[in-house]
Design a protein around this ligand. Structure first.
Ligand code: NOJ
Length: 549
């Protein structure tokens, strides 16, 4: 590997890495079946190396019936034929390491697939296996009502009724997500032992860490009581849900951290923890727990200078000495270029948002395709929709497929190089309008989003002030964020308003989010007057007289 363990200045790599999320099914299809695969990722490593990422996080590629895009795992120690075989995972890990890219894989501990051998045995009546899940008799005269009032994330109740061998209705089992994803019972020691085995399996194969799915789940309040009524909201307006963010879930993370610490090479744990507050989120990154926990409070903040500043401040304060983990998008949320606004305005803001995010102290995750400025695809044909949300909501919510459309690489026809010539249709159709957003179309364009990201990541590596360290706010006009990093000689300025704003004197652009981001005021206004920063744009700056390049 190009770098192992500590950075040259003794910072652990994961404190300020740029980690690129690969949604394997939609990244690159090497075998022509219309589905992305592990070989496809391996073949595109040169692209990722050129982009300048430090690590990749791979969404689940394990054996799965794909009821929830692979988050319904039937065998976590094998590769689904859709994605290749175990040897492809080994080859990808080795090839990534050769080009200095670390590999983080997903682990899914809250639930298994209903096709997992444990659950199949449980359904067949094996008592020992039933105890590893949450089976309960129903309420009502004949057990016809779910055991409690918990809702499933994907719609409907979080309980599914089983059928006994003689055809009569049986007990219910808990599934916080789709019915095909039964929740595991983490009070059972066998569940703990099994997950330590899975972690070791992948650590021994050389992975550099894990992204933990539903890291705030797993532990449920004993007895599985009902969700309390409105009145039980705390002073922040949050429910204390009986199935999320329980204090004892941290014991599991400590158990895993202790295991990961026995491995060399600075392996990491990153939690997908939807904690109700930044204070609760910070508990996940205590020194003996996870290295990182996604900051979804930042992700959910709208394009509003004041709100962004508030969430940044609160995030850094609550994180304390832990690293902050910035994320603008992933495979579960609307693409940032569509979330921040519509059309060109959304993209313009997303580009400025990238400058802001990548200038913040901490680690940053980049979702595949955001470096191309891909928008959400809102017009996928209904028959192509695969997200369980579509079915489970009785076709009232289209779900998350719109941010999972295959990456356009090259060429003039869909799927734009995602699959080889003559391949089967891609699993989700790639819209015609993605042609001008393909990697090929953007590569030699100095103003493209891809060129911007490449330059951002190059500069972030070249300038040690970016990444881990301190942030100092500079005075700025309303709706504008300006801060310096480290020694104060470089920083970022962002204008979230719809009018130009004047920057303090002496800031020179290092990099601009769009070509028209800065204008110099008329000479008549005096030589020293600060630059004007255009609406919805940002710059990385250096103080004049400082040779930051
Ligand atoms: C979070 C994952 O990111 C999402 O895609 C999945 O549906 C749920 N967890 C359930 O595993």
């Amino acid at each position: 590997m190009a770098q192992v363990g500590l950075n040259t200045d003794n910072r652990p790599w994961w404190r300020d890495a740029v980690i690129y999320q690969v949604y394997v099914r939609s990244f690159a299809d090497a075998n022509g079946d219309g589905e992305g695969d592990l070989r496809g990722v391996r073949e595109r490593l040169p692209y990722l190396a050129e982009l300048g990422v430090d690590a990749i996080w791979l969404n689940p590629f394990y054996r799965s019936p794909m009821a929830d895009g692979g988050y319904d795992v039937a065998d976590p120690c094998d590769v689904d034929p859709m994605f290749g075989e175990l040897a492809d995972a080994d080859a990808l890990i080795a090839a990534a390491h050769e080009v200095g890219i670390r590999v983080i894989v997903d682990i899914v501990p809250n639930h298994s697939s209903d096709q997992h051998p444990w659950f199949q045995a449980a359904l067949a009546g094996d008592e020992a296996m039933r105890e590893r899940y949450h089976f309960k008799p129903g309420k009502g005269e004949n057990g016809e009502l779910p055991p409690n009032n918990w809702p499933a994330t994907f719609g409907g109740p979080a309980w599914h009724r089983t059928t006994n061998a003689d055809g009569t209705p049986g007990d219910w089992y808990l599934h916080l997500f789709a019915p095909e994803q039964p929740d595991l019972n983490w009070e059972h020691p066998a569940v703990h032992a099994e997950y330590l085995r899975i972690l070791r399996f992948w650590l021994d194969r050389g992975v550099d860490g894990f992204r933990i799915d539903v890291a705030h789940g797993m532990v449920k309040v004993p007895g599985l009581p009902d969700v309390p009524p409105e009145a039980a909201r705390d002073t922040h307006g949050y429910y204390q849900l009986p199935y999320y963010d329980q204090d004892t879930v941290h014991d599991i993370h400590r158990e895993w951290r202790a295991l990961v610490n026995t491995y060399d090479g600075d392996r990491i744990l990153c939690g997908e923890a939807w904690a109700p507050s930044l204070e609760r989120l910070a508990l996940y990154t205590r020194p003996d727990e996870l290295h990182q926990a996604f900051n979804f409070h930042y992700l959910m903040t709208p394009w509003d200078g004041l709100k962004l500043r508030q969430v940044i401040d609160a995030s850094l304060t609550t994180a304390g000495s832990a690293t902050a983990t910035w994320v603008l998008a992933n495979h579960d949320v609307t693409r940032v270029a569509s979330r921040y606004g519509e059309g060109e305005q959304g993209l313009r803001r997303a580009r400025a948002g990238a400058l802001l995010t990548l200038a913040l102290p901490g680690v940053a995750y980049v979702y595949q395709g955001d470096e191309l400025g891909l928008p959400e695809v809102t017009d996928l044909p209904e028959e192509s929709l695969q997200d369980p949300i579509w079915e489970n909501s009785q076709h009232t919510q289209r779900g998350r497929d719109g941010c999972r459309v295959p990456i356009p690489w090259s060429g003039a026809e869909p799927p734009f190089g995602f699959s080889p010539e003559g391949a089967q249709a891609s699993w989700l159709p790639v819209p015609e309008r993605f042609k001008r957003l393909s990697v090929e179309a953007q590569t030699d364009d100095p103003d493209s989003t891809l060129t911007l990201y490449r330059e951002l990541l190059r500069l972030r590596r070249a300038l040690p002030q970016f990444g881990d360290g301190t942030l100092t706010w500079l005075p700025s006009e309303p709706g504008t964020l300006i801060f310096s990093r480290g020694d104060g000689k470089v920083g970022v300025a962002v204008n979230t308003t719809d009018a130009p704003v004047r920057l303090p004197e002496g800031l020179e652009p290092l990099l601009t989010s769009v070509p028209d981001a800065v204008t110099r005021p008329d000479a008549a206004e005096g030589e020293d007057a600060g630059l004007l920063l255009a609406p919805d744009s940002a710059i990385w700056w250096r103080g004049s007289g400082v040779d930051a390049r």
